[in-house]
Design a protein around this ligand. Structure first.
Ligand SMILES: [Zn+2]
Length: 182
């Protein structure tokens, strides 16, 4: 197997692992956030449940796959000229967050209650917390710690900040929701 296809496989496995971790985070959230409507309300739950299953699928698109792969899983040759691939990666990342509203960057600068449905935005922030939780399984710490450490850059719409922080705290606690078994 050539080096490039080996790197390609590694990156595919990385995406697959992240998507498995999203499912795990979602299961953990259902345990810890049982009093939140997106857990107990069937209609809201089913929206999020569907999104979770489709999480990050755009990473396999031609716009994202190759630039991401070259950036994070470069061959030796590609690693030597990393700077050359920076702008392609930037463009791919922009494509990713513009097509994936679970990134706060998607919402940055959008007008509340005008450009979109508030229910949609609210649920997207839940998926963002799942994303950070899944990342914490892989890279350590907690989603709350990640948020605290990047507070200066992260811009969450003011109406949702308190909600996001509450979710992060609930996810960071060892305690399962007492209303749920186990
Ligand atoms: Zn994403």
């Amino acid at each position: 197997m050539g080096q490039r296809s080996a790197k390609r496989r590694e990156y595919i496995e990385y995406i697959a692992e992240h998507r498995r971790n999203i499912l795990r985070a979602w299961a953990e959230m259902q345990q810890k956030c049982g009093s939140e409507p997106f857990v107990y309300d069937d209609w809201k739950f089913s929206h999020l449940d569907q999104w979770v299953r489709e999480h990050d699928l755009s990473k396999y698109s031609p716009e994202e796959f190759k630039p991401y792969r070259r950036w994070f899983y470069p061959t030796k040759r590609e690693a030597r000229k990393k700077a050359k691939y920076a702008s392609a990666f930037e463009k791919a990342w922009k494509h990713h967050y513009e097509n994936n509203p679970h990134h706060w960057e998607y919402w940055d600068g959008k007008q509340a209650g005008h450009d979109y449905d508030p229910f949609f935005q609210w649920l997207c922030y839940v998926e963002m917390v799942l994303d950070w939780t899944a990342m914490s399984y892989k890279f350590g710490g907690t989603a709350l710690e990640y948020y605290e450490g990047h507070k200066d850059e992260i811009k969450i719409a003011p109406d949702y900040t308190e909600f996001v922080e509450r979710l992060l705290r609930q996810m960071a606690s060892e305690q399962n929701n007492p209303a749920l078994p186990g």
